[in-house]
Design a binder for this molecule. Structure first.
Ligand code: HEM
Length: 473
């Protein structure tokens, strides 16, 4: 059978790891020019077949369960961090039900309680953090390092809302360090060498056990007290986590699932808020327009934000969408091939044992779909239908749903993200709090930083500082 063309490389096992790893989008583009949308490259001994464009996304993200496997591609990395029995350490039908349990907690009713909780966390954070007021509530201006501040604010707000006050309180004690240890065991290096004997790996394993034990303790406490009043995901699992075949999730699995959920939303959301704040900082007109939108929607005196307010702020939501378009946090989604796979519309067969790779970020910055794609312009989403030039072959394309859309920041198919609505609530509330409280700019002479692809998500390269001034209302 006809295999896809292979990207030339000098060093057998290493393959194209360096050029792919440094700038995957340039690597994809260069090879697309040579080979078209489908080609194979060697990445540290693995054969990766890339299929670009909306058709490639559809082919990979909607491939049959019997043909491709996400767990075979990801579990080496994720199981030591999340723990056993959940996500990619169980059969796919179990993951599908775990996602359904988690999703059933993410209701509008819950979001209504999350918005004020995130507002409160943001205020608390500013007051305490040396990036902002550092305990001195009279401070009128300062310099904040976003890649310190935004991961902290993200995990405080996500734990407070998704896992309740008790878990949030633990982040003021040892939990932040333990999650940090989990993070440092969740790197591209660990993707290739899951158990590489270095201190980061040992600390990851110790932290996994401690974090999981902490969730189990809380689960026991809640069972004993019978208090399930918080609208968090832990309680949803305690009430609902019985699989269709009658098997109950164990407390250990429920605990491990909490790690998976928090980690799933952590890097992605923190990266997105950081990029958004940088773009807004670089564009004073946008910043002012976002402030005017606050006043128009909420009123001159800017009362406490509500979930409903967020739904009435098109510019805010378009700013988040535009950030995800230009800075899709996950540049590569992978599956391992379980049966020889013919790529639709080609003569190529991807052999069993290869990996397939989708890169939904590619069409999102392709001028065939988005006019002037490297310009950050939230207003393009005002007239979505005119703006997105849908490919003739992708006639079913809709924004954000269906794998043939050129815009898939949350993926598609059975592995699609369950956190989209939550992410918009969290990001929308955090950005609103910034817009109401501060004006900010990037340091003199600096534009929005270039992307850095060397960690698990696409982050802005340093420096990621902003200069903030408190707004006088
Ligand atoms: C899956 C993106 C936030 C939980 C995914 C996938 C993408 C994605 C692209 C598909 C992965 C694949 O096909 O291999 C994002 C982005 C986020 C975000 C851009 C924020 C801006 C969140 C949050 C949560 C979450 C906040 C939790 C509340 C999950 C889960 C999956 C997933 C459970 C399913 C994994 C699977 O089925 O294999 N996400 N995500 N994500 N995400 Fe998110």
């Amino acid at each position: 059978p006809n295999q896809p063309p292979v990207v030339f490389h000098w060093i057998p096992v290493l393959g194209s790891a360096v050029s792919y790893g440094m700038d995957p989008y340039k690597f994809f583009e260069d090879n697309r020019k040579k080979f078209g949308d489908v080609f194979t490259f060697v990445l540290l001994g693995r054969k990766m077949t890339v299929a670009l464009g909306p058709k490639g996304n559809d082919f990979i993200l909607n491939a049959k369960l019997s043909d491709v496997s996400a767990e075979d591609a990801y579990h080496h990395l994720t199981t030591p961090v999340f723990g056993k029995g959940v996500v990619y350490d169980c059969p796919n039908h179990r993951l599908m039900e775990q996602k359904k349990f988690a999703k059933s907690a993410l209701t509008v009713q819950a979001f209504r309680t999350y918005v004020p909780a995130i507002v409160e966390e943001a205020r608390k954070y500013w007051l305490k953090s040396p990036q902002f007021f550092g305990g001195d509530s009279n401070r009128a201006s300062g310099n904040a390092h976003l890649l310190t501040a935004m991961p902290e604010l993200t995990i405080f707000t996500a734990s407070r809302t998704l896992q309740g006050k008790q878990i949030r309180a633990k982040f003021d004690e040892s939990f932040a360090d333990l999650y940090h240890d989990l993070d440092r065991g969740f790197t591209p290096l660990h993707f290739v060498f899951p158990n590489i004997p270095i201190p980061a790996t040992f600390r990851r394993d110790a932290a996994q056990k401690k974090v999981s034990d902490t969730y189990m303790e809380l689960i026991r406490e809640r069972r004993q007290s019978g208090d399930f009043s918080e609208m968090d995901i832990i309680n949803t699992f305690l009430k609902e986590a019985i699989y269709k075949d009658g098997v109950r999730m164990t407390d250990r699995e429920i605990a491990n699932m909490q790690i998976g959920i928090l980690m799933g939303g952590q890097h992605t959301s923190a990266a997105t808020s950081t990029w958004a704040l940088l773009h807004i900082g670089a564009d004073p007109k946008l910043q002012e327009a976002l402030y005017r939108e606050q006043i128009e929607v909420c009123g001159e005196d800017l009362p406490e934000l509500t979930y409903e307010n967020l739904q009435s702020m098109p510019l805010l939501n378009a700013t988040i969408r535009e950030t995800l378009r230009m800075h899709m946090p996950l540049h590569s989604l992978m599956r391992k091939v379980r049966n020889n796979l013919t790529i639709e519309g080609t003569h190529y067969v991807v052999p069993k044992g290869n990996y397939v790779m989708a890169a939904p970020g590619v069409p999102m910055i392709d001028s065939n779909y988005f006019t002037d794609p490297m310009t950050f312009r939230p207003s393009r989403w005002d007239e979505v239908k005119n703006e997105i030039k849908v490919d003739a072959n992708a006639d079913k394309a809709t924004i954000s749903k269906g794998a043939s859309s050129p815009y898939l920041p949350f993926g598609a198919g059975r592995h699609r993200c369950i956190g989209e609505q939550f992410a918009f609530v969290q990001l929308g509330t955090i950005l609103t709090m910034f817009i109401r409280e501060f004006t900010w700019t990037l340091p003199e002479g600096r534009g929005v930083p270039k992307p850095d692809y060397t960690s698990m998500v696409t982050l802005p390269s340093e420096p990621t500082n902003i200069i903030w001034t408190r707004r006088q209302i």
